[in-house]
Design a protein around this ligand. Structure first.
Ligand SMILES: Nc1ncnc2c1ncn2[C@@H]1O[C@H](COP(=O)(O)OP(=O)(O)O)[C@@H](O)[C@H]1O
Ligand SMILES: [Mg+2]
Length: 323
């Protein structure tokens, strides 16, 4: 079976299941590592749709690996050990017979204790932030300049944290609440680190004709007290990616990835509550194509040709001195 024909809706690997999220099946590997398997499940309006999108999980994992290699070079500590299937099998040999179910969509990561704050950075005003601003002229409870229009660029970008709700919708919180939860020093660090990563992401995407409108980071603590960047990073699921060539402030922008699904769902009389409607094949195919296109535009490499090797960005093993 070729990769494009194989979709994974729900994985079932011979490891203890730590958690099944909206998109990821997370398995424990010993006490201190996790195998995070991104499925092809897709959600819209916070509801998981019945049809998986082929290759979506692979794209999310490979995009995360690509960004993390760049961020590592900038000195950002993160959770990824490897996304290379051969390295994963070396670390967890019992996975070998099940490659079809996880290869290229799985990451082996350091297990952390997640900090329960979603670190959202907004460089353009959209979605729930636009709704809040229109209602009260604020973002995350702090006043913003008057006269902003929908999708307008924000300079500097704004840290607008949210609680990490175990169930249901995340709730926006103020920076003061982050200080109460995590202490002033950690709160400052989370904000400043998130802003720095976003700025790098926004500039990198802009060079490629893509607007990184906003994004969400998660961080977690290791047993020895370090804070690592965890979860997916700068993926289309955790970020709003817009095409730069059609950008026009004053209205909502099309999504580079999910627009075909949104357009289809908007054409129905669905009330956005479960159960969700089925997606026709052409919508699924167009969405698959979009995800691969984002990967290619961002990285400059075709998805099929890309081999994630985060180890390549680590210092090479010491070589024997030349005679
Ligand atoms: N290194 C890590 N250590 C512990 N938990 C992690 C790590 N990386 C990601 N996670 C958690 O794993 C889950 C990923 O599954 P996902 O399907 O994205 O869940 P969700 O529905 O909460 O978004 C998230 O709850 C995330 O916080
Ligand atoms: Mg998630």
């Amino acid at each position: 079976m070729s990769a494009s024909e194989s979709t994974v809706h729900t994985s079932d690997l011979p490891l203890p299941l730590a958690r099944r999220g909206k998109v990821r099946d997370v398995y424990a590997v010993g006490d201190d590592r996790l195998l995070m398997v991104a499925s092809d499940r897709v959600s819209a309006f916070d509801v998981v749709l019945p049809q998986p999108v082929p290759r979506k999980g692979e794209v999310l994992t490979q995009i995360t690996a690509w960004w993390l290699a760049r961020l590592e070079a900038l000195g950002i500590d993160h959770h990824l050990i490897t996304a290379d299937p051969d390295e994963i099998v070396r670390a967890v040999p019992e996975l070998e017979p099940y490659r079809e179910a996880w290869a290229r969509r799985a990451m082996l990561v350091h297990r952390t204790d997640p900090i329960m704050v979603e670190c959202v950075i907004r460089g353009y005003i959209s979605g729930s932030a636009w709704k809040e601003y229109r209602r009260s002229g604020t973002l995350a409870g702090e006043p913003l300049p008057e006269g902003l229009v929908e999708s307008q660029r924000l300079d500097p970008p704004i840290f607008s944290p949210a609680t990490k709700a175990v169930e249901g919708h995340d709730e926006n919180i103020t920076f003061d609440t982050v200080v109460e939860l995590e202490g002033a020093e950690t709160a400052d660090w989370l904000r400043d680190t998130s802003l720095a990563i976003y700025e790098h992401g926004r500039a990198t995407a802009a060079e490629r004709g893509i607007i990184l409108a906003d994004t969400k980071f998660e961080f977690g603590r290791t047993a020895d007290g370090r804070i690592l960047l965890i979860d997916e990073v700068l993926t289309p699921d955790s970020s709003r990616y817009w095409p730069a060539d059609t950008y026009q402030p004053g209205r909502g922008q099309p999504s580079l990835d999910k627009q075909p699904i949104r357009d289809y769902l908007d054409s129905l009389n669905w009330d956005k509550r479960p159960p969700p409607p089925d997606l026709p094949d052409h919508v699924v195919h167009e969405t698959t194509r979009r995800y691969q296109e984002i990967f290619r535009r961002l990285t400059g490499v075709e998805l099929d040709a890309f081999v994630a090797s985060p180890s390549a960005s680590r210092p090479a093993p010491q070589e024997e001195p030349a005679p």
